[in-house]
Write a protein that binds this ligand. Structure first.
Ligand SMILES: Cc1cc2nc3c(=O)[nH]c(=O)nc-3n(C[C@H](O)[C@H](O)[C@H](O)COP(=O)(O)OP(=O)(O)OC[C@H]3O[C@@H](n4cnc5c(N)ncnc54)[C@H](O)[C@@H]3O)c2cc1C
Length: 525
C-alpha cells in the first residue's frame, strides 16, 4: 500500500447505505485478508433508500465480486435495463420522446448511419436522425424484451444495466460482505471523531451506544449527505451546484406493475411542470418519483403533480419526501479519509450515475493504494486522485446539464430558466456551439475525449434526440433526401426483426432466475 501504512491496515467504513456496502465489498475483495475491515452504521440514522437505476458499469461490480446474475438479481427484484426514455423534454415535432440507449455491437451499422444523418440534418438536410429509430435498445424497450441474447454464446456483445430495489441490494451486499468477505459489522452511531494533534489524520471514532473507541488506519466516509467525516470532522468545503442544476427535492411513490403486460426494460424519465418523474420497473413493482426544484414548486404541489401523473395506481400509496444536496466536495480524499457516495457529492439522478461514481471512486482508491504513489509523496497521490474523481463528477454534470439546456418546453418559468443557464464548462459551450453552427463535432469530441464521461454516441443521441436541428429541417420526417440515407422506418424495420428473432420477452428472461431462488429457499421458506 503506502510507505506510511502499517503492515495490516484497518479500514473503517462509516455508513451502511449502498455506498458503504459497495465500498466494503470491493475493498475486501480486492485488498483481501492482508487488511481488516469494519463497517459501522447507525440504527438511528436511516439510509436514503432510493436509487434503483444503474449504468452498464454495474455489471463489472458484480463480476469483480465473482457474482452471477442469478446470485443476486432475484434477491434484489432486479430487472434488465436497456436505456432511458425521456418523454416531454423536447417539443420539437418528431422528437417528443428522446432515447438514450446503451450501445451494442450489433448497433454498429445503423449507429453509423444515425451519426452520419445527424450530421447532415444539423447542416439542414432533410434526413431522419432520431436515435429512437436507429438503436437496438430502443426497440427492445418498445417490445418489452430483455437486452440479453437468447443464445449469448453465439451473439455479439450487448451492453445493458439493471433496475433493482435499493434496500434489497444493500441487504444483499451486507450479507455477502459478512458471510463471504469476513467483514466486521458494528451497529452504533458515531458521536465524535478523534484526530491526531499534529498530522490531522483521523485516529478513532467514539461510538455513542457502546462507548467504544474504534481505531482505524484509513476511514471511508459513506455517511450520506451529511458528510460526517469529510465535511464535519475534516472541514472540507462542499461546492453546491444550485446555479447549474436547480433540482433539490424528490418525492418517491411505489406503484404496482400491470400484471397483463410484460415488464418494461427501460427507465422512463418524463418531464413534468417543474422537474421530471422517473418510473423504474422492478420485478415486483414500479419505483416512481418526482425530482423538482423547491424554488419553483412547493412539496405539496409536487406530490399532487406526481400523483396526478401516476393516476389511480398511486391511490393510497405512501409518499417519501427527500432533500438532495447537489454538488460535490472540493477534495474527496483528505488526510487518511476518502468520502464515497452521497457524502462526496451528488448529481441529480437523471442519468442514474451515482452508483457508477461510487464504483469508480472505490476502484481508483484501490489502485492508488496499491500503487503506493510510485515515486511521489502521499500528497501527490491524493491530489491525483482528487483530480480524477472531480473530472468524473464534472463530466457527468456536463452531460446531465445539457438535457436542461436543450429543453424546449415553454409551460413554466422552471423550464425557461433552465434553458438560460450558463453551460457549466467552456468545453460544453464549445460542443453546443459547434453542433449548432454545423462545425466538425467529431473533432471537438475527439479533442476532449480524455475528459468526457460520455462518449460520442451518447452526445449524438442527446443532441439529435432532442431535435436540436436548424428550423428549416425540424419537423419534416419525410423520406430520405439521398439514396444512401435510411429512413427511420427502414431502420426500425430491421431492428424489429432482430429483436423478435434474438431476444426474449423480459419476464421470460427473468423467470429461470426466480425459479432458482425459489428452489434454493426450499419448501419451508
Ligand atoms: C431521489 C434520488 C434518486 C436516486 N436515484 C438513483 C439512481 O437511479 N441510480 C443511482 O445510481 N443512484 C441514485 N441515487 C443515489 C443513491 O441513492 C445513493 O448514491 C446511494 O444510495 C448511496 O447512498 P449513501 O450510501 O451514500 O448514503 P445513505 O444511503 O444516506 O447512507 C448513509 C449511511 O450512513 C450512516 N450514518 C450517518 N451518520 C452516521 C453516524 N453518525 N454514525 C453511524 N452511521 C452513520 C447511516 O446510518 C446510513 O447507513 C438517487 C438519490 C436520490 C436522492
Amino acid at each position: 500500500m503506502t510507505s506510511e501504512s502499517p503492515a495490516s491496515p484497518h479500514f473503517v467504513i462509516v455508513g451502511g447505505g449502498t455506498a458503504g456496502w459497495m465500498s466494503a465489498c470491493l475493498l475486501a475483495r480486492q485488498l483481501g485478508p492482508a487488511c481488516r475491515y469494519t463497517l459501522v452504521e447507525s440504527s438511528d440514522i436511516g439510509i436514503i433508500g432510493v436509487g434503483e437505476g444503474s449504468t452498464p458499469y454495474l455489471r463489472d461490480f458484480f463480476r469483480q465480486l465473482g457474482l452471477e446474475e442469478h446470485d443476486w438479481m432475484p434477491a434484489c427484484h432486479a430487472t434488465y435495463k436497456a436505456g432511458i426514455r425521456f418523454p416531454g423534454w423536447s417539443t420539437q415535432p418528431g422528437y417528443e420522446s428522446y432515447v438514450h440507449p446503451f450501445f451494442n455491437e450489433a448497433d454498429r451499422p445503423l449507429g453509423q448511419a444515425f451519426i452520419q444523418q445527424a450530421n447532415l440534418r444539423r447542416r439542414g438536410e432533410d434526413v431522419d436522425a432520431n436515435p429512437a429509430d436507429f438503436f437496438l435498445a430502443a426497440e427492445l424497450a418498445r417490445q418489452r424484451r430483455a437486452p440479453v441474447y437468447s443464445q449469448p454464446e453465439h451473439s455479439p456483445a450487448t451492453d445493458y444495466a439493471y433496475h433493482f430495489d435499493s434496500g434489497l441490494l444493500g441487504a444483499f451486499l451486507k450479507r455477502h460482505a459478512q458471510e463471504q468477505l469476513g467483514l466486521q459489522h458494528c451497529v452504533d452511531t458515531v458521536a465524535a471523531v478523534e484526530r491526531h494533534p499534529e498530522s490531522g489524520d483521523i485516529t478513532a471514532l467514539r461510538l455513542q451506544d457502546s462507548g467504544q473507541r474504534l481505531e482505524g488506519d484509513f476511514f471511508i466516509d459513506c455517511s450520506g449527505f451529511r458528510g460526517l467525516l469529510i465535511n464535519e470532522a475534516l472541514g472540507e468545503p462542499f461546492i453546491p451546484w444550485g446555479d447549474r442544476l436547480f433540482n433539490d427535492r424528490a418525492i418517491a411513490i411505489p406503484t404496482p406493475l400491470e400484471p397483463e403486460q410484460d415488464i418494461s426494460s427501460e427507465t422512463t424519465s418524463t418531464a413534468l411542470g417543474h422537474g421530471w418523474a422517473w418510473q423504474i420497473p422492478l420485478s415486483s413493482r414500479y419505483g416512481n418519483g418526482y425530482v423538482y426544484s423547491s424554488e419553483f414548486i412547493s412539496d405539496d404541489a409536487a406530490e399532487a403533480a406526481l400523483r396526478a401523473h401516476l393516476g389511480p395506481a398511486a391511490e393510497g400509496a405512501n409518499a417519501r419526501r427527500l432533500k438532495m444536496r447537489v454538488g460535490r466536495v472540493a477534495r474527496h480524499w483528505r488526510h487518511n479519509c476518502v468520502a464515497i457516495g452521497l457524502s462526496q457529492g451528488f448529481i441529480e439522478p437523471l442519468e442514474a450515475t451515482a452508483l457508477m461514481l461510487i464504483q469508480f471512486s472505490v476502484q481508483h482508491l484501490i489502485e492508488a493504494l496499491q500503487s503506493g504513489g510510485g515515486s511521489g509523496t502521499m500528497e501527490d497521490l491524493r491530489q491525483r486522485y482528487n483530480a480524477q474523481i472531480n473530472q468524473m463528477f464534472d463530466g457527468v454534470l456536463e452531460y446531465v446539464q445539457t438535457h436542461y439546456l436543450l429543453n424546449t418546453r415553454d409551460d413554466s418559468d422552471y423550464w425557461r430558466a433552465n434553458r438560460t443557464l450558463k453551460p457549466c464548462s467552456d468545453r460544453l459551450s464549445e460542443l453546443l456551439r459547434t453542433w449548432d453552427q454545423g462545425g466538425d463535432f467529431d473533432a471537438v469530441l475527439s479533442r476532449h475525449e480524455a475528459a468526457l464521461m460520455y462518449q460520442r454516441p451518447s452526445w449524438y443521441c442527446l443532441l439529435a434526440g432532442m431535435g436540436r436541428f436548424p428550423a428549416s429541417a425540424a419537423g419534416s420526417l419525410a423520406l430520405p433526401a439521398q439514396a444512401s440515407t435510411l429512413s427511420g422506418l427502414q431502420a426500425r424495420a430491421s431492428l424489429m426483426d432482430q429483436t423478435r428473432r434474438f431476444f426474449m420477452p423480459h419476464r421470460e428472461a427473468l423467470a429461470p432466475m426466480s425459479r432458482g431462488l425459489v428452489d434454493s429457499l426450499g419448501p419451508n421458506r
